[in-house]
Design a protein around this ligand. Structure first.
Ligand SMILES: Cc1ncc(C[n+]2csc(CCOP(=O)(O)OP(=O)(O)O)c2C)c(N)n1
Length: 414
């Protein structure tokens, strides 16, 4: 593959000669295993035959699943190409808010990939997954790994990323070229009955979330319902990012998160820079540990009145209470969850932020309207106090409830 790419190589081949491999040449079984070479096709521009082959192949596939990872810069033209591909094939498009892409074939990935497990996914398995974009939620990788599917990966930089361990074709191409070529090859030829999309929709629509106590999940849900159009939203990070994917945001809202590194450091500084580049409202939803990591960034000289910081202060890392057995580790808060009782109030106020806070549903609902006001004469800092243990445990119970809620509809699928 490297020899086909522009620049042609070099290629480095590792042949281990020591260690376990010493026995290799005496064992027929091992040699047979080694001979099972997995072929990944490489397709780039100027190879019409190969493009025709894959188009013909797709014409015979009924179950195509398109997955879009993190994308924050799709052009209008690209969006239209992708929508057209979905119109032609009626394929479900698995996205989350970080895909920053909407179409009538979207399936919101967050809830459904949490509700499915490695058995129930078998009812919805694609014949071929087409994917592009940056990091996608790790759960979909877990669900699709080890399954008998083909994965066609559209890689704008030509790099190979085999996230489902089933890569069969690497497309080294722009998004525009890929979809334009497929659309013209499939249009008026692909026979779409839409059943596969309907199956995904049925399961997705059956998902129910339990009633929510006052928690980080509740705060995220209520906030998602009130974010003004055209805002930017930065999610920082594991819980905020994960939980926001359960709620559909308006198409005009741009959503960001550092999901490649998942570092809790640097989120606030990154956001402050982003907020400076827009005059629309700029929100960050951030955990306390992540906030205190980068708190000095709150003081940058260029802060504008569009900045809105929603800090969920649950006194440590709720992340570590999502694990089913976290209660069995008595020192979890001390050594892992970094429990504390610090608050951000005086720091935010001293810098000229308007400070508001909440510690229950009533105070939260009273203050959230103020928080999303566009005409504030200062940036606003909203500190919401929740309970770390409850936040983590409730999150886990949401997943369990969702798993139960799709059982009946899964059984009815054929
Ligand atoms: C730089 C860095 N250090 C450690 C971690 C491991 N880590 C993941 S989540 C987390 C806790 C985050 O706590 P907080 O920001 O308060 O959010 P919460 O879990 O309470 O929602 C930690 C320490 C990380 N992702 N990045």
């Amino acid at each position: 593959m490297e020899l086909y790419k522009p620049g042609c190589g070099p290629v480095h081949i590792n042949i281990p000669l020591v260690g376990n491999m010493n026995n290799l040449f005496n064992s027929t079984e091992e040699i047979e295993k080694m001979n099972q070479v997995k072929k990944i096709d490489y397709i780039s521009y100027n190879n019409n035959q190969k493009w025709n082959d894959v188009i013909n192949k797709l014409l015979n596939k009924k179950k195509i699943l398109l997955i879009i990872g993190q994308e924050d810069n799709l052009t209008e033209k690209q969006i239209n190409y992708i929508r057209k591909f979905a119109e032609i094939t009626k394929c479900p498009i698995l996205t989350d808010n970080l895909s920053n892409f909407k179409s009538k074939y979207n399936i919101l990935a967050g809830p459904i990939i949490k509700a499915l497990n490695s058995n129930s996914i078998n009812k919805l398995l694609p014949e071929v997954v087409i994917s592009f974009g940056n990091n996608m939620q790790e759960r979909i990788k877990e669900l699709l790994r080890g399954k008998n599917i083909e994965h066609w990966y559209l890689s704008e930089d030509g790099q190979l990323r085999d996230c489902f361990k089933s890569l069969s074709v690497l497309f080294d191409s722009t998004i525009d070229y890929f979809f334009e070529t497929f659309n013209s090859g499939l249009e008026n030829k692909y026979n779409a009955d839409g059943k596969y999309f309907d199956d995904w929709s049925k399961v997705s629509n059956a998902i129910k979330m339990p009633d929510m106590p006052f928690s980080n999940f509740y705060v995220t849900r209520e906030f998602s319902r009130i974010i003004p159009n055209n805002s930017i939203v930065h999610l920082a990070i594991l819980n905020a990012t994960r939980q926001m994917q359960f709620f559909e945001l308006d198409e005009s809202i741009k959503v960001y998160s550092n999901v490649n590194a998942f570092g809790i450091d640097g989120c606030l500084p990154t956001f402050m820079g982003q907020a400076y580049t827009t005059d629309d409202l700029a929100f960050i939803i951030i955990g306390d540990l992540s906030f205190f990591y980068g708190m000095n960034a709150l003081a940058i000289k260029h802060v504008k009145n569009n900045v809105r910081v929603l800090m969920i202060n649950n006194g440590g890392g709720a992340e570590f209470h999502i694990q089913p057995d976290s209660n069995s580790i008595p020192t979890i808060d001390k050594h892992i969850g970094a429990a504390h009782n610090r608050i951000a109030k005086d720091w935010a106020k001293s810098l000229g932020y308007k400070y508001i806070c909440a510690n229950d549903m009533k105070t939260f609902n009273d203050n959230i309207k103020e928080f999303v006001r566009k005409d504030s004469v200062s940036p606003i800092f909203f500190e919401v106090f929740t309970n770390m243990k409850l936040d983590g445990e409730f999150c886990l119970s949401v997943y369990r409830e969702m798993e139960k809620s799709i059982k009946d509809v899964l059984e009815e699928l054929n």
